[in-house]
Design a binder for this molecule. Structure first.
Ligand code: ZN
Length: 241
């Protein structure tokens, strides 16, 4: 079986469609694993939800998903994120709201625990550093964990109690070490590379492949301006920041 690992789509339908097209071109996958934040920031939240739901998939809740439906509050959102979140809430239909409200905070699939931010604090915690990663390895019972939220692809390895961080390279062979893997963001990458980021897990090979995909960023920026979304949120797409 092969699984696509998609995080932080953030209402960016163009990026999402380009990623799905790329997956098709590689022979497809059996299921999409969505690591949360399907909505928020981008101009087409409802269309992204509809597209995701056409596929066999599992999905966990991101902070933007639950904030958009009022399940968590936006007190800790910066002003641009809060404005986009309120706008997003108005774009959702009853079906979208019901779907987002029903998302679990964590899911276990085979040898992976799947959470948006971290296994310890799925909605809020960012795993950027080896310090936060190291203290999270005790918070999941599976061999590995998949997270998003930072929008930065990365791999954290628990090596005999020492936590090591490395970039997510194009091929990651799973071995005997426990890993926390972040596939990067489909809809709003923040590692200086504006191309959509995603991964595919090949269960038979025990390999995670990671990919960067070009899409029409200018078209998305144009849609965002027409929706009246904050200018900074448009600009950051072409910077990858
Ligand atoms: Zn996000």
């Amino acid at each position: 079986m092969r699984y696509a690992i998609l995080a932080d789509i953030h209402g960016n339908l163009d990026a999402f469609q380009s990623v799905l097209q790329d997956i098709d071109g590689r022979g497809g996958v059996d299921e999409l694993w969505c690591l949360g934040d399907i909505v928020g920031y981008g101009p087409e939240p409802s269309a992204c939800l509809a597209l995701l739901r056409q596929y066999p998939h599992i999905c966990v809740a991101g902070n933007h998903d639950w904030a958009a439906v009022g399940k968590i509050d936006i007190a800790d959102f910066n002003p641009d994120a809060a404005a986009a979140c309120k706008w997003t809430g108005h774009q959702l239909n009853a079906d979208d709201v019901e779907y987002l409200e029903s998302l679990p905070a964590k899911v276990v699939r085979g040898e992976f625990t799947i959470a948006h931010g971290s296994p310890r604090d799925p909605l809020y915690e960012y795993i950027f550093s080896v310090v936060s990663a190291a203290s999270n390895f005790q918070n999941f019972g599976t061999m590995h964990c998949l997270v998003g939220h930072t929008h930065v692809p990365a791999v954290f390895m628990d090596s005999e109690g020492l936590c090591l961080k490395s970039p997510l390279l194009s091929i990651l062979q799973l071995g005997g070490e426990r890993l926390i893997v972040n596939p990067g963001s489909v809809g709003q990458p923040r590692d200086g590379n504006p191309r959509a980021s995603y991964a595919v897990y090949d269960e038979a090979e025990r390999v995670i492949y990671s990919y960067r995909i070009s899409y029409d960023i200018a078209a998305v920026q144009d849609k965002m301006r027409r929706c009246g979304l904050p200018e900074f949120l448009s600009l950051r797409l072409s910077e990858g920041l």
